[in-house]
Design a protein around this ligand. Sequence first.
Ligand code: HEM
Length: 413
Amino acid sequence: MLGRSADFPYALVLGHLRSVGKHFLDAELLRLLDEIRSSVAESESESVAESESGAEGRDGPSFLHRFLDVVLDKHDDRYDYPSYTALSLLTRPAPADRHEALRSRDEVLLLLLADLVRFEERASTDTPDAPHDMPPSPELIAKRTRLAVRVMEPAALRALPAGVVDAAAVAAVPGRTPGGPLAAEILRTAAPEQSLALSASVQPVYVLHDEYLFLRTLQSFETTFTFMSSALATAVRRLDDDRPQESAELVGTVADVLKESLPLFSLLATMRPEAFQTFRTFTEGASAIQSAGYKTFESLCSTPSLARLASSAYTSVPLVRERVVNGQATVQGTWHALIAEHRLDPADDAALRAAADRLESVHQRWKQTHYRLAVRMIGERSGTGYTQGVPYLAAVLDNRLFPAPDRHGALVG
Ligand code: HEM
C-alpha cells in the first residue's frame, strides 16, 4: 500500500531522482506518483471528515503528500523556489519562545550542514552518493568541510552537549573542529523523522555534485530567516508591551545569528561556476526573490517603500506583501510610536539604536557578499527570478532595513 507513508519507497524514488535529475523524470513514473498522491489526498480528506465527526484532527497534508508535491512540482507546472528547496519538508513554524526558536534553527542548521559534510566526504570514496557528476577534488572537499564547520561551530556550542565542540579552541581559531566526526555525531543522534526529512529535501534538478551544496546553502539561510522573522515579530510585541530592553536584545540576537551565517556565502563561493551555469538551465522560475522568509524579516524591520512593494521584490511573495499592505506592525514603526507617545527613555532608545545599527550593518554585508557572488557566478546573465540579474542586486544595495525618515520615500525597488 504505497499511499501509506510508512510503506512508501522513499530511498528508491530519491535514488532514482538524484541519478537523473528532477527535470528528467520520465512521464510514466510521474503519472504513477501522481496517482499515489491522489490516493493519499483521498484518504486525508476521509480522515478530515472523520475528525469533523469527532475523531482526532490532523495538521494539514501528510509528509508523503508534501513530498510528492515537491517531486511533482515541474509536472504540475507549480515549480518555484519553495518547491525547489523543499521548504515544506524542512521548515516548521518557529516556536514562540525565543530560546526555543533559536534552538530549533540551530538544530536544523546543524543537520543540514552535517549532511552536506557527509555528502562531500563520500565523494572521494568508491561509492559516492548521487548526484555525482563533476566530483570535486580532495582539496575542494577539505575546503568545503572547513567552511561548513565555521558556520556550524557557534550553533553547535549552543545546541550540542558540552564537550562535543571545544569552546576554547573555537574562540582561539574558528573553523578547526574536525568536520567528519562532528557531522557523524550530529547525524548519529538525528531522530528517524529528521533523517527522512533530510534525505527527502534534496531533489536536485540535474546530476551535478555541486547542486547538493547549492540546495543545502539555500536551506541553511532559509532556516536562519525563519528564526530572524520570528525573533523580530517577538521584538515588535515586546516594544508594544513597553519592554524595549528585551526588544533590543532580540534585534541584537538577530544581528548576531545573521553574522554567524555569512560564511555560508564563502562556502557557496566554492561552487564551480561551470556546474552552476549548467544546472541553472533547469531552475528557471525558481529564485530566492520568492523567499518569504527573507521578505518577512525585512518587512518586520520597517515597512518597505511603495516602489519596492510594487516591484518584483514583493510581487514575488504575494502572502508577505498582503500582510504588509494590511498594516503589519514593524520594529521601526512601533519604536517611533513609543517615542512620539513619550513611552521610551533615552537609555532604551540608545539600546535599540545600537542593536538596529548592528543588524543594518551585517545586512549590508550580506547584500554586498550576495552581489559579489552573483557577479562571479552569472556575470551578465539574467536572474532565474526574471529580473535583469546583477543590476537588480546592485540597485537594492542602497535600501536600508531601518531607513532614516527623510530617505524612506526614496528607496528603490
Ligand atoms: C550562485 C549563487 C547566487 C546567485 C547567482 C544569485 C543570484 C540572484 C539574483 C540574480 C537575484 C535577483 C532575482 C532573480 O532574478 O533571480 C537574487 C535575488 C535574491 N537572492 Fe540570490 N543568488 C545566489 C545565492 C543566494 C543565496 C545562497 C541566497 C540565500 C537564501 C540568496 C538569496 C536571495 C534573495 C533573498 C534575493 C532577493 C533579494 C531582493 O529582492 O532584495 N541568493 N539572487
